[in-house]
Design a protein around this ligand. Structure first.
Ligand code: GLN
Length: 504
């Protein structure tokens, strides 16, 4: 029997919780209360949140319970608590991007993804920690706090959506939103044993997401299983006139209804470039090899495909993303956005300089300088132009690969969760860990990370699946089929499962 200290919300899936709320066997208010109780217990160690939005969450939960009592219909995932990365705007609450420069900023409007989760009556629990302006892979670039990996608090949860990943992995919430520009949802999903999906560029609105690399950014869901991730993406996806790069709607999205239809036998392309072991942890390679065998045993065929430009992807990304960032971050000048320093300044240039010098952390400054350099007269063709060419080549090579295979696979990350401080002294070693995730951002294709095993220390390993533009349902169905086979769903670190929860 579970005792009173066991927060039962923990072991529930998002869709399972929603069903109980709709059936009236559990109230949205009590689910939310348990959520904040779990948060109070876990947060001191995990440090996933930068602020809480409890009044908003309680109002949403009350509306859910009112509708249940009145017998009114409820939208998908109503009553399911969600955490939001703190670079996504929620009306009346701070958006800090984990940067000092935005301290004191309160958002006057909702991001479109927030309008949509609110329309679905999902209580927003709080805003989660990130690497400053979503630049990083570990949470170590947050101006406020490191977030710890719930599987091992001495290790990073990944980044930049560190808090959103850790909050789900620690059992605080079943779902969260992050943003993925070069892997910021898939990499932490892999390092925390979660499902994370970066949708096709343009599928989810960027309106109200603080811009980092606008041609790469996508708001992306985290969940503890494939079906929950599909449900959340279904809610946030769709055309938005407020985002100029938003895709037109096609057939109504029905990821959840289609998910249990096992895909026809597929041809799965193994990307050759990830087979060499250099820099790749042997246990990660081994887990991927075994998963490929599982996929073959399930009736899928594997082939080798080559995408030679993958070796140019990191360099191209760190030119293009920083170039876009240098322009996007120009608005933090102490006039349009950004907290002004208290000292008296002589002129507007000094105002800009003082604001930016005091407000931005070292990684953000590094990237603004890199990007400004890449765009500067005389260097534009040599850097930005070359980066664009590499991006075009990658596009062509992926198109060719998708003529040979329905889905492409590779490890999501070269290693399992690393220790704090391990890569901070050398930014390039941190950048190199993005090798497998960046190509999907540069080409705009959807990519999903799903747990596929563990290393010797019991740390989770992620498999990345990539599909052609708009083939999200294909990814979900294959990942669901695999998840059913491996049983690697709803993972919670054993150290966090209360011993009192043991059933008789
Ligand atoms: N780790 C990558 C970077 O540091 C990805 C960031 C992201 O996706 N926001 O840029």
């Amino acid at each position: 029997m579970a005792t009173a200290t066991h927060h039962t919300v923990l072991s529930e899936t998002a869709l399972g919780l929603h069903q109980q709320i709709v059936a009236g066997t559990r109230s949205a208010a009590s689910v939310l209360e348990e959520t904040y109780a779990t948060l109070a217990q876990r947060e001191p160690e995990v440090q996933a949140f930068l602020s809480l939005t409890r009044p908003l969450a309680e109002a949403t939960a009350a509306e859910v319970d009112r509708r249940v009592a009145a017998g009114e219909p409820l939208p998908l995932l109503a009553g399911v608590p969600i955490a939001i990365k703190d670079n996504i705007n929620v009306t009346g609450y701070p958006t800090t991007c984990a940067s000092r420069i935005l301290q004191g900023y309160v958002s006057p409007y909702n991001a479109t993804v927030i309008e949509r989760t609110q329309a679905h009556l999902m209580p927003i629990v709080g805003k989660t920690n990130l690497d400053e302006f979503a630049m990083g892979s570990s949470s170590e670039n947050s101006a406020f706090q490191p977030t710890r990996n719930p599987w091992d608090p001495e290790r990073v949860p990944g980044g930049s959506s560190s808090g959103s990943a850790a909050a789900v992995s620690a059992g605080i919430v079943p779902l969260s939103l992050g943003s993925d520009t070069g892997g910021s949802v898939r990499q932490p999903a892999a390092l925390c044993g979660l499902v994370g999906i970066k949708p096709t560029y343009g599928l989810v609105s960027r309106y109200g997401l603080v811009a980092y690399g606008s041609s790469l950014d996508q708001v992306s869901p985290f969940a503890r299983n494939v079906a929950d991730a599909a449900a959340l993406l279904q809610i946030i996806a769709g055309h938005d006139p407020l985002d100029a790069t938003s895709l037109p709607d096609e057939a109504p999205l029905a990821y959840v209804n289609q998910i249990n239809v096992a895909p026809q036998p597929l041809t799965i392309g193994i990307i050759e470039q990830f087979e060499q072991t250099s820099g790749m942890q042997a246990e990660v390679q081994e887990a991927i090899r075994q998963t490929l065998q599982t996929l073959e045993a399930m009736g899928h065929r594997t082939v080798r495909v080559s995408i030679p430009s993958i070796e140019k992807a990191i360099a191209a990304y760190y030119i293009l993303a920083t170039a876009e960032a240098s322009s996007n971050l120009a608005r933090y000048d102490g006039v349009r956005y950004g907290r002004r320093p208290e000292t008296n300044v002589r002129d507007v240039y000094e105002l800009f300089r003082e604001t930016r010098a005091a407000g931005f952390g070292p990684e953000v400054k590094r990237r603004i300088m890199l990007g400004t350099f890449a765009l500067s007269a005389g260097y534009y063709d040599a850097f930005y132009g070359k980066g664009q060419k590499a991006r075009a080549l990658l596009w062509q090579e992926f198109s060719t690969a998708f003529a040979q295979a329905d889905v492409l696979v590779c490890p999501t990350t070269p290693t399992t969760a690393f220790r704090f401080g391990e890569k901070t002294a050398d930014p390039v070693s941190m950048y190199l860990s993005d090798i497998a995730t960046i190509p999907a951002n540069l080409t705009g294709i959807p990519a999903l990370s799903v747990p596929c095993g563990f290393d010797h220390a019991g740390l989770p390993i992620g498999l990345q699946l990539m599909a052609p533009h708009r083939a999200e349902s294909q990814l979900f169905r294959l990942a669901q089929q695999l998840e059913t086979q491996t049983g690697l769903a709803n993972l919670l670190p054993a150290r966090l499962i209360p011993t009192t929860a043991a059933t008789v």
